[in-house]
Ligand binder design. Structure first.
Ligand code: CA
Length: 221
């Protein structure tokens, strides 16, 4: 799951990158409104964290422009502004939630999970695909009696597959889902992650579709 972080404060940004990467989220970080506008194009990111006070513009303008062009990215405002008006304006412009700086990382992470659940149309903190279940908070995966805590990158890959059970993901689609801008991706990186997941959960946890990619099934065995 890739997050677009729009934040000009170096310390807050670096702290958020670290915290999000620890929970298997890949962060692409921009520090200005000018860099943020093209990054808000659909397709690349699962969620946006948006600071309002940017050096060259206002986050609310970015939000307004994104929603005006029918952009549907989930957006959480992170702001030091204690003005009630700015928060109300943000929500009315289509933000999904907001957190006030300074915030506890654990609360922001819980809000991200909640916004993603609402966006997926589900109230459950579990992601289920056939016999596979993923606990999005604890990173525990279960499959046919096996239960295991997955490291960040393996969890990120399985989360991408389980979000769309029955859909075949190509190598490029999986790489795009879990690696950020400028990350070196070994040509066999996806194979290595899938091998590791299968070693832990069982070979049939992820299906190969010859010549097309990989998928998890919707059906119970
Ligand atoms: Ca700022």
């Amino acid at each position: 799951m890739r997050i677009l972080l729009i934040e000009d404060d170096a310390m807050i940004g670096a702290g958020l990158c670290q915290a999000l990467e620890r929970v298997a989220m890949t962060v692409d970080w921009v520090k200005t409104a000018a860099d943020a506008a093209p990054a808000l194009a659909p397709g690349e990111h699962a969620l946006v964290l948006l600071d309002l006070g940017l050096p060259d513009g206002d986050g609310l303008q970015l939000l307004r422009a994104h929603r005006a062009s029918r952009g549907a990215l989930p957006i959480i405002i992170i702001t030091a502004r204690d003005s009630l008006d700015a928060r109300i304006a943000g929500l009315d412009l289509g933000a999904d939630d907001y957190v006030l700086k300074p915030f506890e990382t654990s609360e922001l992470l819980a809000r991200i999970r909640a916004v993603m659940r609402r966006h997926a149309g589900s109230a459950s903190p579990m992601l289920a695909a056939g016999e596979l279940t993923l606990d999005l908070a604890s990173h525990e995966a279960r499959f046919q009696g096996a239960k295991v805590l997955l490291p960040a990158r393996e969890f990120a890959l399985l989360r991408a597959l389980c979000a769309r059970p029955g859909m075949i993901f190509s190598r490029a689609q999986l790489e795009a889902a879990i690696y950020g801008w400028g990350e070196e991706v070994e040509s066999n990186a996806i194979d290595v992650l899938i091998y590791a997941i299968r070693q832990k959960l069982g070979r049939s946890a992820i299906r190969n579709v010859r010549g097309a990619g990989w998928m998890v099934t919707k059906d119970m065995a």
